[in-house]
Design a protein. Structure first.
Length: 202
């Protein structure tokens, strides 16, 4: 079985053009007691299981990724946002041909990145967009307004079950069909069961 260390060895060997920078960075990261692993095919260094720093070699440059680099002070202005407007936390320190890794300065960035991770600083995932308001067909809406008992029972259903009833009743083209479906659905709604529950429990 190939270990992560051997995978990183192979990765650096594959990116021979950037071997000096990648190897120097790796040495500093390991000395900082970070866990070395490979994620997305690239060397990644973690703290308490959380991604902190990654190394990557490309055709025209190599980069050191700080997963929550947005929190780094970056007084020397070494970090860039590789995808402005898309990337929120990730920042990259980029190197071109002939560049060297400034070890002392890099250690400062690493130390700060580790401290930030241990302090729990991280970009929280964006909350999902507001759920669309359930579209209640007119016939069902009228029935709910007339009967508080029916409304209470409908409101107690899960959003998924409410949607099933609303779509089932509202999808009928003719009013009489919608009313017929509503009449058949009424006892199930009052019983607190979903439209398709009887099939699910078969």
């Amino acid at each position: 079985m190939t270990t992560d260390a051997k995978k990183v060895d192979a990765y650096i060997k594959k990116h021979e053009k950037w071997a000096d920078i990648l190897q120097s960075a790796r040495k500093i990261l390991l000395a900082a007691n970070m866990e070395e692993t490979v994620k997305w095919g690239t060397p990644t260094y973690t703290v308490d299981g959380k991604n902190v720093i990654g190394l990557a070699g490309f055709k025209n440059h190599c980069g050191i990724w700080f997963h929550n680099g947005v929190f780094l002070k970056d007084p020397d202005k070494r970090l860039v946002n590789a995808q402005e407007g898309t990337t929120r936390g990730l920042r990259q320190w980029r190197f071109g041909e002939g560049d060297k890794l400034p070890a002392t300065l890099f250690r400062k960035y690493v130390k700060e990145a580790i401290a930030n991770q241990q302090a729990g600083k991280e970009i929280k995932p964006k909350k999902p967009a507001q759920k669309k308001t359930l579209k209640i067909p007119a016939e069902l809406d009228a029935a709910l307004q007339k009967s508080s008992k029916l409304k209470t029972a409908f409101d107690s259903l899960t959003p998924g079950k409410q949607k099933e009833y609303a779509e089932h009743i509202g999808s009928a083209k003719q009013e009489k069909t919608r009313l017929s479906r509503l009449d058949k659905a009424r006892p199930q709604i009052l019983a607190g069961v979903g439209l398709y529950d009887k099939y699910k429990n078969c």
